[in-house]
Write a protein that binds this ligand. Sequence first.
Ligand code: ZN
Length: 334
Amino acid sequence: MFDFLEETLASDELITSSGRTATLSWTRPAPGVMILEPNTGGSKNVVISTAIHGNETAPVEIVAELISGILTGKYVLKVRLMVIFGNLEAMRKGERYIGIDLNRLFSDHYLRYKDCSETQRAARLQQVVADFFQAESDKPRLHFDLHTAIKPSFHVAFGILPYLQSGNYQQDMIAWLQSAGLEALVVNHAPTSTFSYFTSNECAANSCTLELGKARPFGENDLQQFTGIQQGLVNLVADQEVAAVEVNSALAVYKVAEVIIKSSEQFKLNFADDVENFTAFPKGFILASDRDVKYRVEEENGYILFPNNKVKIGFRAGLLLKKDDLSAITLVAS
Ligand SMILES: [Zn+2]
């Protein structure tokens, strides 16, 4: 049988570019991209992307299993589905990226850099996703971009909601995120150059970046820890109803208080390398210092997310978060 993951890892050549089963048809509009459509028409447009960072393999394995399950009839498909393996060259090499972090290049940010495999890939992905949504533009649009974090995390699985000027997030999406077992949501405070911000802002999709555990090489993932998201995706593509948002749930909500930027070689994080995501620091603590700036916790408690000393100068070296709850998000019906 056609193996999407195997063919994608082998080369960019599309040996098998389309096909059908008794209940659906599929096409591959670009390397690492596949569209599956039920014969009866899909109720929604759903994009699931993985490996925007090439070494984050667990979501790739989960999505590859989902696709083969759909093709063999193990799983029901009731939506138009686009699946994406993002950074193919990096994926083949087991690296996060080759030249530039692909998740800093969307919303045309790729135009700011010298032409390379990642700038070309960002342009291609923007196009195929926009075309996919446009083809049946009257249907609801969803995009989940699946990642695993570099560091261990106090919240094992969490989501990052892209900045929305309205501040209104679709309640069905939040309910689905809860049903998939996410422990926390981080609400972004400003536009970014990520894939999920692009689909949210430019394609009017309900989008979220999901962080699902720690990055490991292919074959070394303990998929047991991902059963919540696996079942969630099966329900999503079958267009199964999920329970309504549980407002008083344990789901933690964080807002971005400050973006920590590395602006010189003097940049230094003032805590150990192995500090987990969402570790709390007390008011007044200086999280990082740079040539002429100090990043201090201003709230009662500050929480660190994605600390990374090794980013290039001018890039984000971490986020300082403040804690909130679900009432901080305005939920709207679709
Ligand atoms: Zn990632």
